[in-house]
Design a protein around this ligand. Structure first.
Ligand code: DAH
Length: 339
């Protein structure tokens, strides 16, 4: 009997000492100390020994049991503390975690739209707005665009109904403002426009910034001064602009505005195809017909207008070769550009 008790204590203490989790400890407790456990079985064995020895062994078994119980509770509190610590560590806020996430960035289209707008706002222009779903009247008719102009064709314009379309240019906002306001008028309108084109330099949706300045005695010279100032602020202070004759039905005269190449400064390089110039925008003196159609006295008032392609400006400024990169919105691409 003595041997049995000794080996049970030894076994129990070894099992408790090797145990690594509360769950496991609980199982050991059931095995050793429960009603049908090893100690209880040992007590049952007492019936096989002589009566006079029973109290003696009974006492020894109880003492052995309470020794095991003591070790068991010490082990239980150690494991409990360890598991608690591990849990807290796991649940604690990992301050290094944010490094693993890609933080978003502003798309270069938005950066450029904002930069250009800010420059003109700094020159006294205010923001105007117009609908993207536009009436044919504002997108074409009141801008003096003839009925048979190819831009009106359904292959060049997304029509919704015969008279309703997705605006193909922000120029319609000029007319909307002219109808509502009295000169001096000095507005820009940044916004989305839509055309059925899709390749490396064209997208079915792109952005323009329209500009309009109407007052007494506003001339082509004022337009040149304004755009030159803009180009120096937006690109760099060495940038110059040149006007090439062009044609738009809503301006007379009309010009195509080129920038001195931002890469080679006029010497000729790949970007400017060795011309030293980059085409940036269309502009001109507002056609008196447009003023009259909107009820303004064209003898008293004159003005200039311009339309900047935002994606084109971004491509020139940052040397982006394919417009579609800006629409993909891949954060690895867009986070290269900073406000
Ligand atoms: N609306 C023209 C286009 O989309 C750009 C433009 C040209 C706007 C001349 C103007 C302008 O205001 O005067 O191609």
């Amino acid at each position: 009997m003595k041997e049995k008790i000794k080996s049970l204590v030894k076994n129990s203490l070894e099992q408790i000492s090797d145990c690594n989790s509360l769950k496991e400890l609980e199982l050991i407790k059931i095995e050793i100390l429960s009603k049908n456990g090893s100690f209880a079985n040992l007590m049952k064995d007492l019936k096989n020994i002589p009566n006079e020895q029973k109290p003696f062994y009974g006492k020894i078994i109880n003492e052995a049991k309470s020794e095991v119980l003591n070790v068991f509770s010490t082990k239980s509190s150690i494991l409990n503390e360890q598991e608690q610590n591990a849990k807290e560590k796991k649940e604690a806020l990992d301050v290094t975690l944010s490094k693993k996430y890609n933080i978003g960035a502003f798309n270069p289209i938005n950066i450029v739209k904002q930069d250009i707008s800010n420059i003109f706002i700094g020159m006294g222009f205010s923001l105007a707005d117009g609908p993207e779903i536009e009436l044919k009247k504002y997108n074409f008719d009141l801008l003096n665009i003839p009925e048979d102009h190819p831009a009106r064709d359904f292959t060049d314009t997304f029509y919704i109904t015969e008279n309703l379309l997705l605006r193909t240019q922000t120029s319609g906002v000029q007319v909307r403002v002219l109808e509502k306001e009295k000169p001096p008028i000095k507005i820009i309108c940044p916004g989305k426009v839509y055309r059925p084109d899709d390749d490396a330099t064209h997208s079915p949706m792109f952005h323009q910034i329209e500009g309009l300045y109407i007052d007494e005695n506003v001339t082509l010279k004022d337009l040149k001064k304004t755009l030159e100032e803009f180009a120096k602020l937006f690109f760099d202070k060495h940038t110059t602009v040149r006007f090439r004759p062009s044609f738009f039905p809503f301006t007379e005269p009309s010009v195509e505005v080129d920038l001195s190449c931002s890469m080679c400064h006029g010497k000729g390089c790949n970007l400017c195809k060795n011309t030293g110039w980059l085409e940036l925008l269309g502009a001109g003196v507002v056609n008196p017909v447009v003023l009259e159609k909107s009820g303004l006295d064209s003898k008293k008032y004159s003005g200039f207008a311009f339309g900047i392609g935002v994606e084109r400006a971004a491509m020139i400024k940052y040397g982006i070769p394919d417009m579609r990169l800006m629409f993909d919105n891949d954060v690895r691409f867009i986070k290269q550009f900073k406000f």
